[in-house]
Design a protein around this ligand. Structure first.
Ligand code: 13P
Ligand code: SF4
Length: 333
């Protein structure tokens, strides 16, 4: 179907009026079938989007699905680097991101020129980059990782191999502590959501709820990771709350994951860890939350905006992602 590109260029998404009488869930389902499309959604998406996703997961799981799907169209309800990863893995497919403005402060904290300067200082280091980077950074990377497999990938490499880890300093330093590796340098990037959780307020909350366990994403600052009962990726935190026998949890990651925690454990209580600045609403990733049901509907209807990358970038960025997927497969992750 034809749509004027004008509003995509101006706004980053299709801002076309939607008939208020239509049943959005039904229509999205119908169009997905008709177009052989699948909807992938990250745990940080809003509840309504999580509820209609064909695959819901963390960034590792979603990249594994993107690499294997037979669908012709992938609609990515997540942020741009995730959709870009799907495009790199399935370049022949149409990969749609419902709003091109859905970026990532962590990926932005590692601009290619800065990264190149940093990398040039460590020419004999193997570069491991978190997938939360642009495709350009991936072209300068040896092996990608996600928060689920970062420690496994670092441990997979021989102890004497020097590592440059980018871009998240909190995850990188956590991996460095866990692996006991001294020969690892860490790029100083960070995520505005995870850096914003307040250690002091979490300590106070723990006093108010002494039986609650603290669970934290490794992008949080060190004092929070030290006091956490469990540190892990979004899927790891979810699995922990399913298996563990506590009744209350203080959750230090983006609050979208709580929807699945509550669904899978209705008898338990989940408390969002408070941010340093209580007026900022920082436990939500404003980029993730740019994706809405309306934008998904319009992007599927008009098959835009799509993720586009040149051939050289596609080829070069694929190598480190493939490496990550191959190692993860070998390690059964
Ligand atoms: P996961 O690796 O847990 O999906 O985390 C992705 C992310 O964006 C964290 O902020
Ligand atoms: Fe990026 Fe942080 Fe949002 Fe994750 S939560 S997508 S790292 S800005």
């Amino acid at each position: 179907m034809h749509v004027n590109n004008y509003n995509i260029k101006e706004k980053g998404f299709i801002d076309s009026p939607i008939d208020p009488k239509i049943d959005m869930v039904e229509e999205i389902g119908r169009m997905k079938k008709e177009k052989n499309a699948i909807l992938l959604a990250h745990y940080y998406q809003t509840n309504d989007i999580q509820n209609i996703a064909d695959f819901l997961g963390d960034s590792l799981k979603l990249s594994q699905v993107a690499a294997e799907t037979n669908a012709d169209i992938i609609i990515f309800a997540g942020v741009h680097f995730m959709a870009e990863t799907a495009k790199i893995l399935s370049p022949e497919k149409q990969v749609i991101i419902p709003d091109l403005n859905a970026g990532c402060s962590l990926a932005d904290s590692c601009p290619p020129e800065e990264f190149k300067k940093f990398k040039d200082k460590y020419p004999d280091h193997t570069v491991i980059s978190y997938v939360n980077t642009t495709a350009k950074i991936k072209t300068m990377t040896d092996i990608c990782c996600t928060s689920t497999n970062a420690l496994h990938i670092v441990n997979y490499l021989p102890k004497e191999e020097n590592i440059l880890f980018a871009p998240d300093k909190n995850l990188g330093n956590y991996i460095k502590r866990m692996s006991g590796r001294e020969n690892m340098v860490v790029y100083p990037g960070s995520c505005h959501v995870h850096e914003e959780f307040s250690t002091e307020k979490i300590v106070k909350l723990k006093n108010d709820y002494p039986n609650a366990k603290i669970i934290a994403h490794p992008e949080c600052e060190k004092p929070i990771l030290i006091m956490a009962d469990h540190v892990g990726s979004t899927s790891s935190l979810l699995k922990f709350t399913n298996k563990d026998d506590a009744r209350q949890y203080i959750v230090a990651t983006e609050s979208g994951i709580i929807h699945q925690m509550k669904r899978q454990n209705p008898e338990k209580q989940f408390i969002v860890a408070p941010p340093k600045d209580s007026t900022c609403g920082c436990s939500e990733c404003n980029f993730m939350k740019l994706i809405t049901m309306e934008k998904i509907y319009n992007s599927l209807k008009y098959e835009q905006p799509t993720v586009e990358l040149d051939r050289q970038t596609l080829e070069q960025a694929k190598k480190p992602i493939k490496q990550m997927l191959d190692i993860s497969k070998e390690l059964n992750l």
